[in-house]
Design a protein around this ligand. Sequence first.
Ligand code: ZN
Length: 238
Amino acid sequence: MQTKQLYLYDSYKKEFEAKIQNVNGNQVILDQTSFHPLTGGVSYDMGHIKKGDNQHKVLRVEINRETKEITHVLDNAKGLSQGNIVKGILDWERRYRLMRLHTAAHLIAAIMYRDFNALVTGGQVEYEKAKLDFNLPKTEREIFEDAVAKANKEMDKGTALKTYFLDRKEALRMPGIVKLAKRTPPHVKELRIVEIPGIDVQADGGPHINNTREVGEISMVKIENKGKNQRRVYFTVK
Ligand SMILES: [Zn+2]
């Protein structure tokens, strides 16, 4: 059974109640969860699942792309069984940092496209830092420095992000998001849209902050050459 993805509706939901659907070894599937799995270029959440006074550590969270079942890999699942009501508590320090880095990644990717015609070809947001790959003929440090400086300026504006759901057909008519929307499976009727007004609009399932001001200060970590026209930039937030 598909797990209800609470994080799609509220990125700031730190605690939730859920019913256990299945226990397999140290892996637990719930009917709903705020834990974001490793997907969409954003790392997984950590935290705890509690039943009464017993705490179980959430080490990793995975999603089955087909069934949309979300698996919580625990340190142990002793005493947990199907039908139990449990409480989920996110490691908020980790999640909030992932949200800040995720929104920073959207800002940088949008500016790289707008000002340098560079298309993002991949990326991953981890706890320590995030990386983005771009289609760029030359490694020019100044380009990335400029993009990061511009992203930092955007944060100072304190733009409020918008998250909403759009009918797939309607979403596909929006110019910027077509590329990503086409990648989502055709049976998905509604797409979640994350918009940084004036900068970026994406079909996106990951958690984001509410306001660009929350990103903090972005700094570049390093640039790597990944072959012909492929440049990778690593960055972090303070
Ligand atoms: Zn995203």
